[in-house]
Design a binder for this molecule. Sequence first.
Ligand SMILES: [Zn+2]
Ligand SMILES: [Zn+2]
Length: 149
Amino acid sequence: MIVLTGTCNCGAVHFEITEPLQAAAYCHCTRCQRRTGTGAACNARVDAAALRVVRGEDRIRSWKPADGAEKCFCGDCGSGLFARTPDGLSVGVRLGVLDGDVRITPSLHQFTAYAAPWESIPDDGLPRYPERAPQKALETVAGLSGGLS
Ligand SMILES: [Zn+2]
Ligand SMILES: [Zn+2]
């Protein structure tokens, strides 16, 4: 069953997700700022097996830092798509590239120590973590683990 779909700006890449998103977080890390050109990014976790690229696999480009998840984006239009965790078991999907209602809202802010100086973190009552949110906090939310940045 297809729960969600994602589409890049130019339409070259289209993917499907067959399970509900497990948890979502705002990430204020420097890598998210650079890859999106914004102050923070919203990412949500789903099992890697639940994500299938329907169209445009050959258009996807990625950046794999030595110490982090492989960040995949459309090579034609630059839209961020998802990140594959080093263990290959899960992906961090970029909420902004998903179509329609994703039925989840971010539960916390992480890497706030690196937040952009030109944008204040909203006073939304969500927990804030100066570095990566501890595994325990994310599991409390909904079984989230690292690799979302
Ligand atoms: Zn594209
Ligand atoms: Zn990040």
